[in-house]
Design a protein around this ligand. Structure first.
Ligand code: ADP
Ligand code: MG
Ligand code: ZN
Length: 707
């Protein structure tokens, strides 16, 4: 099986759980796979399809998903096709007859086709050996993406009771899982659930102030890499996309207000790397499996944790480090409140309100983001990821006792009755009319934290809420009172450490993985990939994924054998692209060499400067008759090097070095040696003197003889 994995998919190893799933499914059992986005679910039915005789039917909800998968399979030398409404009738007939002749290992079918008796009849005459139901949550009304057509799948089990079924989804609620099992009428199924933690996604939640700057900063970090930015409204997506384009970034807007054609166009451009940044409302992303999205940003906070998890899940499917950033402002809640307020159905409204609260809790929480998310989904065991903004800042704390005392005092002095913004105003000594009208400028706490920015104070307050020092008052407004815990802190004169304030956003973002030269080669290979992809009308990742290109940039394979070792290079791709890639890599390698020679020269230049300094120093020390040992010591060099320097200096200057020579007897012996063996080699002289004198001494004598 590992051989097939390398030969067809180019991978060296299975991802966690893939092997168990495949073994179980190949034994002829019904199988349910719950794996996060990017976990590698497709392989769980694609590899078994190769092992089995006959054809595997795959059900998938969206044409775009089918198309990408069929393209990817074909590029890997696996015969696959799809039947859906995008295919012309004539072509459809051709494919169906090819299928009847046993041409395909995998046939992707849209669920609505199964309602058609003619199609079912046709299927029954094929040599079907398995059924795979991708995005299986679509079958459940409890899922976030119910598709009535998926209910047709019931018929499949009825007509083909003995064919094993595998159902795959990233959506894991118990309810959905039960629906999948019952709707598909699975038998003695086993459910494989892998965790929700995605270690390659670095989560950051930061305040929304200076949003555009922050967005630009992250886009710059991920220059020319695929990114998605989620916004609140259509208008916002258009506006931001325009701002980005003005900055020279290849950005497009995507929202429900566009015509289906236009939406398709944007999606396609993104998949083909013609657009690098899509600014979207949440509607974007469903229909794409683009593996190399490096940045997902939320300019506004999402409405549910489930939705958030799905959206961030679109980053880094290929397992490479990717950034996930939420710009958070409690003020955004007001926008949502407005929409909630317009809802008629109060039960539904309360439900949504609760969901939004959860997202706010998440954003304001000070526990590891991944710990929070995984435990939200009922998983235990993850302590800290070490990579998210919370983990990073917790590694970086400072004593905050004084400022915390000041904030808590301000809450008490103003009567436990105000919101965050107001408390901050008092602390910073604002003469806002609200403050003055209450006479709060006369309080002892007025202006006691002037040196802190509004932003920092806001964040401290949010932290104190999260720590349980402050609590929201009951009632309509976002006002706060001190808790017993907070009061104890003050009364007992406790101390507290809190994360250091972030001076700039750069500090908390993990650094790039590439070194510079690799990056250049990588970018060139990406260009090559893009050229080939455009020529063939395929998405770039169908040619090679970023993982493969990075490995190429690291290992610089120039022969077919070397190229075959790269992960992501299977037999078919080796044959198709091996030559062109190794050729280009050879060129790049040469350029790189040329460049490193150039850098060497540059190094040499700077070395010359340093050397000149040492030569001068040596000269000075010779003049003051320092010993060889002292000179070596002073310059941090070996005595041999000093002697070389002396040789160099002697070439164009007459400096007295006699004082460095060994005693008369030694000199005589050495000179004898030179007479006997000449000046070309030192070793015979060394031997002649029975190794009593060092090479350095011999060279110094030789130097004096020359003069
Ligand atoms: P899912 O359907 O679970 O979201 P996919 O099947 O689309 O995930 O796979 C996500 C990415 O992981 C793809 O780019 C795929 O090539 C890659 N992948 C899958 N299995 C492996 C593996 N065993 N080794 C390396 N990469 C893999
Ligand atoms: Mg998938
Ligand atoms: Zn963490």
């Amino acid at each position: 099986m590992k051989k097939l994995l390398k030969q067809y998919f180019g991978h060296d190893d299975f991802r966690p759980m893939q092997k168990q799933v495949i073994d179980h499914f190949l034994d002829g059992n019904d199988t349910v796979v719950v794996m996060p986005t990017g976990g590698g679910k497709s392989l769980c039915f694609q590899l078994p399809a190769l092992v089995r005789s006959g054809t595997t039917i795959v059900i998938s909800p969206l044409i775009s998903l089918m198309k990408d998968q069929v393209d990817a399979l074909t590029a890997n030398g696996i015969s696959a096709t799809m039947l859906n409404s995008s295919v012309e009738l004539e072509e459809l007939n051709q494919r169906m007859s090819d299928a009847s002749a046993g041409h395909y290992k995998l046939i992707y079918i849209a669920p609505e086709r199964l309602a058609n008796e003619y199609v079912r009849n046709w299927i029954s005459k094929l040599d079907i050996t398995a059924l795979a139901v991708d995005e299986a949550h679509c079958i459940s009304q409890w899922g976030h993406d119910f598709r009535p057509d998926y209910r047709n799948l019931k018929l499949f089990r009825q007509e083909f009771p003995d064919i094993p079924i595998i159902a795959l989804t990233a959506s894991a609620t118990e309810h959905v899982r039960r629906d999948i099992v019952s709707e598909l009428a699975l038998k003695k199924e086993e459910v494989f659930v892998s965790g929700f933690y995605r270690e390659n996604l670095h989560i950051t939640v930061m305040s929304k102030s200076g949003a555009t700057q922050k967005i630009l900063w992250f886009l710059n970090k991920h220059k020319n890499e695929s990114s998605i930015i989620y916004c609140f409204s259509r208008k916002e997506t258009e506006a931001l996309a325009q701002i980005l384009r003005d900055e020279g970034i290849n950005a497009g807007a995507y929202h429900a207000g566009l015509t289906p054609e236009k939406r398709n166009e944007v999606q396609n451009a993104f998949v083909h790397d013609d657009i690098t940044v899509v600014v979207a409302t949440i509607a974007f992303g469903m229909g794409i499996d683009k593996p190399d999205v490096r940045l997902v940003m939320h300019k506004t906070f999402p409405k549910t944790i489930e939705g958030y998890y799905q959206e961030i899940g679109r980053a880094g499917r290929d397992g490479l480090p990717s950034d996930v950033v939420m710009l958070y402002s409690a003020g955004d809640k007001m926008k949502l409140d407005y929409f909630l307020g317009q809802m008629e159905d109060t039960v539904q409204r309360d439900k949504e309100e609760k969901k939004i609260r959860e997202v706010m809790d998440y954003a304001e929480s000070r526990i590891c983001r991944w710990q929070w998310i995984t435990s939200y989904f009922g998983e235990t065991g993850l302590e800290r990821c070490g990579n998210c903004d919370v983990c990073v800042s917790n590694d970086n704390t400072e004593d905050a006792t004084e400022i915390v005392q000041k904030i808590l005092s301000a809450v008490i002095r103003t009567g436990n009755a105000f919101g965050k913004g107001y408390i901050v105003k008092v602390l910073r000594g604002s003469r806002d009319k609200n403050v003055l009208s209450r006479g709060h400028e006369n309080l002892s706490v007025w202006g006691i934290a002037k040196e802190y920015s509004t932003q920092d104070l806001m964040e401290y307050i949010i932290e104190l809420i999260a720590l349980g020092f402050l609590k929201r008052n009951n009632g309509e407004y976002d006002t706060y009172h001190i808790t017993k815990k907070g009061a104890d802190f003050l009364n007992n004169r406790e101390t507290i450490e809190l994360p250091k304030r972030k001076k700039d956003i750069v500090a908390q973002v993990t650094k790039e993985e590439f070194d510079l030269c690799d990056r250049e080669v990588f970018d060139s290979l990406r260009e090559l990939r893009k050229e080939i992809a455009d020529e063939k009308g395929l998405p770039t990742f169908v040619i090679f994924g970023d993982v493969a290109l990075q490995e190429m940039a690291r290992k610089l394979p120039t022969t077919t054998q070397e190229f075959a070792q790269i992960s992501g290079v299977g037999a078919k791709k080796l044959q198709q692209y091996g030559d062109i890639f190794t050729e280009v890599i050879s060129e790049l390698k040469e350029q790189k060499h040329g460049r490193s020679r150039a850098t060497c020269r540059r190094h040499n230049n700077s070395r010359t400067e340093a050397k000149q300094y040492r030569l001068d120093a040596t000269k000075e020390m010779l003049k003051s008759k320092d010993s060889l040992e002292d000179m070596a010591e002073a310059l941090g060099l070996s005595q041999g090097t000093i002697v070389k320097y002396i040789e160099e200096i002697s070439e164009d200057e007459n400096i007295d070095i006699k004082y460095l020579l060994p005693n008369q007897k030694a000199q005589k012996e050495i000179i004898e040696g030179f007479k006997k063996y000449g000046h070309t080699k030192l070793k015979p002289i060394f031997k002649h003197c029975k190794e009593r004198y060092t090479y350095d001494e011999i060279r110094l004598v030789a130097l004096c003889l020359k003069k």
